[in-house]
Unconditional design. Structure first.
Length: 133
């Protein structure tokens, strides 16, 4: 189900969103760790058994990574960049669709940008910005 976020709604669920995003980062790091082991340990090049077992571990880690992304985005939050820690919440401002945006490290939603603007187009929310849904 789709819905727009108000500033209040987005900030209320932000602690859960942050926790889920941290889980995504942990899953991503796990995938890279396993890939690195496969590429740098000669054991995985010399034994089919070791390779197949490690490859299955990688497949599970990748599945868990994508499942964690799906879990967060089911909340209606869109991941714009895992690497840069950018998430957007769909909203409306004066009946125009906009994004409320959050960057990793921020403790609340303080910015928004237009639908066709990215992070560089971020504008601060007004304290009394009642124009957002």
């Amino acid at each position: 189900m789709f819905s727009y976020f108000t500033i209040k709604d987005a900030n209320e669920i932000l602690p859960v969103v942050i926790k889920k995003f941290k889980n995504i980062l942990n899953m991503k790091n796990e995938v890279f760790k396993i890939q690195s082991e496969m590429e740098n340990n000669p054991k995985y090049m010399s034994s089919f058994q070791d390779y197949v077992i490690k490859k299955q571990e990688l497949n599970s880690a990748l599945s868990n990574f994508y499942k964690s992304i799906e879990d967060l985005e089911k909340m209606g939050v869109m991941i714009k960049s895992v690497d840069e820690g950018l998430l957007d919440f769909p909203s409306q401002r004066f009946e125009e669709e906009v994004w409320l945006c959050w960057k990793e490290g921020e403790t609340e939603i303080k910015f928004w940008h237009g639908k066709d603007e990215g992070f560089m187009g971020r504008k601060p929310l007004s304290v009394s910005d009642e124009s957002l849904v």
